[in-house]
Design a binder for this molecule. Structure first.
Ligand code: PLP
Length: 399
């Protein structure tokens, strides 16, 4: 008998992401009081939120009347919050943002969901660059679109613009880029974005349809050694920008971010209206109190020096043992070449040594593992002997 269960939603609910599977395993160990393991699974910053965030919460509670804080905000967010975000975007990127072009959302996840829901039609194709944040697949397939994977350039993990061009078909509606990239830490070069803009412009004209660039930027400020993340929307007019406060302010549980539609986007007002429709339909609206907090905290710097120190500890430590890893230019993940080709087997064997990593297949690439270094320094330093033991167990690289 037909049970009405939507098979796509069932698959998403019953099958967990590899990140969540490992995170749940380590949560169980923690609950058992175990301390003999190292959890590198999830990008859930252990760096505390800046004190200004907690002060702003108190200030908001003492400042606002009930309805201006706990009441229903407009579907796109409080006017004042959007105006504040727009003025910061204008100051930092000279982008011509207005409060109307910013839509406050439940994190980057909410903004991605609402944008993909509103700018695609079932049967269309959305291109992602491997390795990629695995949730994109779900956001795309939920709307009955095809997730088309295009590999980045081996070793540098930069955009392979020729490969993207070859993957574009008359059904392509969108390309998603994520710089700095989770999981590789690559920051896309201005040259590659320039070339990508040219390709998208040319292909849009050839197929007589708008191909959107969706720029997912939760790690925008977390760049090292003077590397600057390019303002992606400056390279292609039909770019929608997605941002999150989860990482820079260490508040992923508060679920706050935004989508921004620049004035260069074709039919900007219609696109904004569609994303607001997606936001209503998917209920990706964010909470009122935290929008007020963001009004006060939007300018706080990300703790880049702390992450740079953590990167030094783990990148240097693993390198000295012999592991081949990226040296990320941004974000807070290390992309480690697995000691055997089967990344699932490698991660299971690492777990026997108390090392919880995420296998790379979930990110659309085999043979690697992802390590999140958004953890306490002692987790990084104390894990190195276990990484050494794992290395010795394998006898180094087997491939
Ligand atoms: N996009 C990327 C690349 C991410 O790494 C994450 C979270 O880890 C998200 C989006 C979702 O972020 P949020 O917590 O704002 O929903």
């Amino acid at each position: 008998m037909s049970d009405g269960i939507n098979s796509i939603m069932y698959e998403f609910g019953a099958g967990k992401s590899a990140i969540r599977t490992v995170f749940e395993e380590t949560t169980k160990l923690r609950k058992q009081g175990r301390t003999d393991f190292w959890d590198f699974s999830i990008g859930n910053p252990e760096v505390p939120a800046p004190p200004e965030v907690n002060e702003a919460i108190v200030d908001c509670v003492n400042t606002y009347a009930q309805l201006d804080m706990h009441g229903y905000p407009p579907n796109n967010g409080w006017d004042e919050t959007r105006a504040k975000v727009a003025s910061c975007l204008n100051r930092d990127f000279g982008t011509g943002a207005t409060a109307e072009s910013v839509i406050m959302t439940g994190g980057a996840a909410g903004a991605l969901t609402a944008t993909i829901a509103s700018l695609t039609t079932p049967g269309e194709e959305v291109i992602v660059i491997t390795p990629y944040f695995a949730e994109y697949r779900m956001y795309i397939q939920s709307w009955h679109c095809r997730c088309v994977e295009v590999p980045s350039i081996p070793d540098t993990f930069q955009l392979d613009v020729d490969a993207i061009e070859r993957a574009i078909t008359p059904a392509t509606r969108m390309v998603i880029v994520n710089s700095p990239c989770n999981p590789t830490g690559a920051v896309y070069s201005p040259g590659s974005l320039l070339a990508l803009g040219d390709v998208l412009r040319r292909k849009s004209a050839e197929y007589d349809r708008t191909i959107y660039l969706l720029s997912d930027e939760p790690y925008r400020q977390i760049c090292y050694d003077g590397v600057v993340n390019p303002w992606v929307a400056g390279y292609y007019e039909n770019t929608i920008v997605v941002y999150s406060f989860s990482k820079a302010l260490s508040i992923p549980g508060e679920r706050i971010g935004y989508a921004y539609v620049p004035p260069t986007v074709k039919d900007q007002e219609r696109v904004i209206a569609a994303i607001m429709g997606g936001q209503r339909a998917c209920n990706t609206i964010t909470n009122g109190l935290f929008q007020r907090v963001i009004e006060r905290c939007v300018d706080l710097p990300a703790p880049v020096e702390e992450y740079a120190r953590k990167r030094r500890i783990i990148h240097g430590g693993l390198g000295r043992i012999g592991y081949r890893t990226t040296r990320p230019d941004g974000a807070f993940y290390l992309w480690i070449r697995a000691l055997e080709p089967d990344d699932h087997a490698f991660c299971r064997r690492a777990a026997k040594f108390g090392l919880y990593l995420v296998e790379s297949t979930d990110f659309g690439t085999s043979g690697y593992a992802r390590l999140s270094y958004a953890v306490d320094d002692w987790v990084l330093t104390s894990s190195l002997p276990a990484f050494k033991a794992l290395w010795e167990d394998y006898g180094g690289y087997t491939w």
